[in-house]
Design a protein around this ligand. Structure first.
Ligand code: ATP
Length: 675
């Protein structure tokens, strides 16, 4: 058999050119179907126009794909009875271009070049194109995920897109499934329902909506399965299911079929098709669909290096290619062929031909029933101006509801991730035992004051470094989920941030308490309750400082850079703490460092707890010469006064607040920069 390229060149001049998928075009584009292959027509494909005109209760299912032996619509339409129906949304964009900044002094780059297009309601639309053509960029621009550098107009039902209102009715499903791995399908669905529907919708109503969606998406039998055990296709369907809870009208899916086997691809796309038939506008990017998958779409929008080379129905792609004298070779998948053309495999002039034939997306000629497509002014007349809402927040539920649901989710995650929970307690016990064994009784013995001082510094490093590194390593993983869920309006950044701050408190306090009890008793620090609680307070505050510092780094950098930076940035803090070099001996031009070093305040606080408050003479049982029998002498030597405890506490609290606020600002900026 000839290759597509050979067929292309041999067919180009042929009077009766053969085109793909068994459709032969004879003379004036009369399709003749090859008997051995399936023709791509409205009779057995998807006639989206007919679909969109039928009512949800229509029983005309002859052309609706069958899933598990039953017609999709027959089986599933009524299952969505719990989702209120919505007006379909027609999306139109004109002269859309998107430019990205390449960085300082590197200029900018235009990725989308003045493209136009029209995506009608109740349609499943594919944005296709070779790698790097700009599919994801177009999806980002249309969904509002990217707003910087976007030029041109985007209309919804004929009116200029109001991004806030649009985001309330749309959702974005990312290519990678950003799901909570340690929650079951049912738990994930309930969390989504609680965040999106709030406490005013009864549990029963949420449950029945979840049941409907899981049944429809074929996940009902897996509702008790942990998400990390789901297959790729099931994860994709769960991502869709969670967004369906609040019944979006427009859904954007970035490469929903990537990484799935052909059967899962078909299932996911058939599902999208059904969702479209229910009145939604479903827009997917797809790399190069097989002929079977290609048929499922109602409409395709093909990009080549940021330009539109075809826009129209799937069925009309072959006639379009024929019309522009680039007939699809016989037995060749038209989807493959248009991608090959878009790649420039047949020459750049062909790309230009396609671009001008499709008028860079302005032409509606190749739509099904182009004459029935409403113009912007007609759409404006048809759809009244949407009611103005005074609600300022994008989220559907209150801050308190978001916070309590996120706290519940965090609790479930901590309960499931027993390894990490046990590890955190275990590490505290282990380090306390090791240090206790090394520094046994150093707290009461006058001849071992320096040892005890070393112990205090070791404790400080343990508290700050373990929590800092844990946050640096785990937070970036959470970031991707945060970006998706926050964009899809599940919760505000404020609610998320408060929840992660509060969630960690119990474990941090418990870990510090266990550590403090072991080390305090084993190293025989002064047996006074007040000193014990002072010691514990500094421990907890150091843990919080380490965590906040880690959060700041984790919010800014990825795991690799963060893991490198966190310890490196700690070294100057150690230097300025007054350990090794006393604060008195620090060069004048470096004195400022001691004021910003949280380790200095931690160390000073520990020293105040153990040797401050006029502690009496120390025992000297182990050595005849006791240089530091009098704690005051030791304090003088390390240039500390021992009465700064409350100042140290205040300084640590201020540093925690500064780090926390900085981490929040970085997170906010990061979310903005993605746009
Ligand atoms: N922020 C950016 N800075 C520089 N170039 C960018 C940026 N974002 C996208 N691009 C470039 O824009 C082009 C289109 O990218 P996009 O991710 O939209 O392509 P795509 O069609 O989705 O590709 P793929 O199918 O491989 O995912 C690519 O050449 C990409 O390198």
């Amino acid at each position: 058999m000839l290759s597509a390229r050979d067929q292309f060149y041999s067919n180009a001049a042929s009077p009766a050119a053969a085109v793909g998928l068994g459709i032969e075009v004879v003379g004036e584009m009369q399709p003749v179907y090859h008997s051995t292959t399936m023709p791509l027509t409205a009779t057995n494909g998807y006639d989206s126009r007919r679909e969109s005109k039928t009512t949800p209760n229509s029983t005309n299912d002859s052309h609706v794909p069958a899933l598990n032996g039953k017609s999709l619509r027959e089986k599933d339409m009524e299952r969505f009875s719990n989702l209120p129906s919505r007006e379909p949304v027609d999306m139109e964009f004109n002269n859309l271009s998107l430019t990205v900044n390449l960085g300082f002094r590197k200029g900018s780059k235009e990725i989308l070049h003045d493209i136009s297009g029209k995506f009608s309601g109740s349609q499943l639309i594919a944005i296709m194109g070779p790698s790097g053509a700009g599919k994801s960029t177009l999806l980002d621009a249309l969904s509002g995920f990217k707003t910087t550098g976007v030029d041109g107009s985007i209309l919804l039902n004929g009116r200029r897109r109001d991004l806030t209102a649009f985001r309330r009715m749309s959702c974005y499903i990312t290519q990678d499934d950003r799901l909570q791995p340690l929650l079951t399908v049912n738990e994930n669905m309930h969390i989504a329902a609680d965040l999106k529907l709030g406490p005013n919708v009864s549990f029963e109503e949420k449950e029945s909506r979840i049941e409907d969606i899981l049944l429809m998406l074929g996940l009902y039998d897996h509702d008790q399965t942990m998400t990390n055990r789901l297959s790729g296709g099931q994860k994709k369907r769960l991502s869709i299911a969670m967004e369906l809870i609040n019944n979006p009208t427009v859904m954007f899916l970035d490469e929903p079929t990537t990484g799935l086997d052909s059967s899962s691809c078909t299932k996911v796309l058939e599902l999208c098709k059904m969702l479209a038939q229910q009145g939604r506008t479903i827009i997917c990017t797809i790399h190069q669909p097989t002929a079977k998958l290609f048929q499922i779409f109602d409409q395709v929008y093909v990009l080549a290096a940021g330009n539109c080379v075809y826009q129209g129905s799937t069925q009309k792609l072959v006639p379009f290619l024929q019309a522009v004298d680039l007939p699809c070779p016989m037995y060749h998948n038209p989807a493959d062929y248009i991608i090959e053309l878009a790649c420039g495999e047949y020459g750049q002039d062909k790309v230009d031909t396609l671009k001008s034939a499709s008028e860079n997306g302005s032409s509606l000629t190749w739509f099904n029933n182009p004459e029935s497509i409403l113009k912007a002014s007609e759409l404006m007349r048809k759809y009244p101006v949407a009611k103005k809402t005074n609600k300022r927040s994008l989220e559907d539920t209150s801050y308190m509801n978001q916070l309590s649901v996120l706290m519940h989710r965090g609790y479930l995650k901590a309960k499931r991730d027993t390894t990490l929970t046990h590890l955190r307690i275990g590490v505290n016990v282990f380090v306390a035992v090791v240090l206790g064994a090394v520094y046994a009784n150093s707290g009461k013995e006058g001849s071992r004051v320096i040892d005890n001082y070393n112990l205090l510094f070791a404790i400080l490093m343990h508290h700050s470094m373990t929590t800092m590194m844990l946050t640096v390593l785990t937070f970036p993983i959470e970031m991707s989920i945060l970006l998706k869920e926050h964009f899809n309006r599940w919760y505000s950044l404020k609610a998320y941030y408060t929840s992660i701050t509060l969630l960690d408190l119990p474990l941090s306090i418990l870990g510090s308490l266990i550590f403090t009890i072991i080390i305090y008793l084993w190293s025989y620090q002064p047996m006074e309750w007040s000193r014990f609680w002072m010691f514990f307070a500094i421990s907890v505050l150091t843990v919080f400082v380490g965590q906040s510092f880690g959060l700041m780094i984790g919010a800014w950098f990825n795991v690799v850079n963060g893991t490198f930076l966190a310890p490196v940035l700690t070294i100057p803090m150690m230097m300025f703490a007054g350990f090794g070099v006393t604060l008195r001996d620090l060069p004048v031009y470096l004195k400022w460092g001691s004021h910003i070093s949280y380790l200095r305040y931690g160390l000073e606080g520990f020293v105040a707890a153990i040797y401050g408050n006029d502690r009496g003479t120390l025992e000297c049982e182990e050595a005849p010469y006791c240089h530091y029998r009098y704690p005051k002498k030791f304090l003088e030597e390390i240039t500390m006064t021992g009465d700064q405890f409350w100042n140290d506490v205040i300084a640590l609290v201020i540093i925690i607040l500064i780090f926390r606020i900085a981490a929040y600002v970085i997170l906010k900026a990061k979310i903005k920069s993605v746009k």
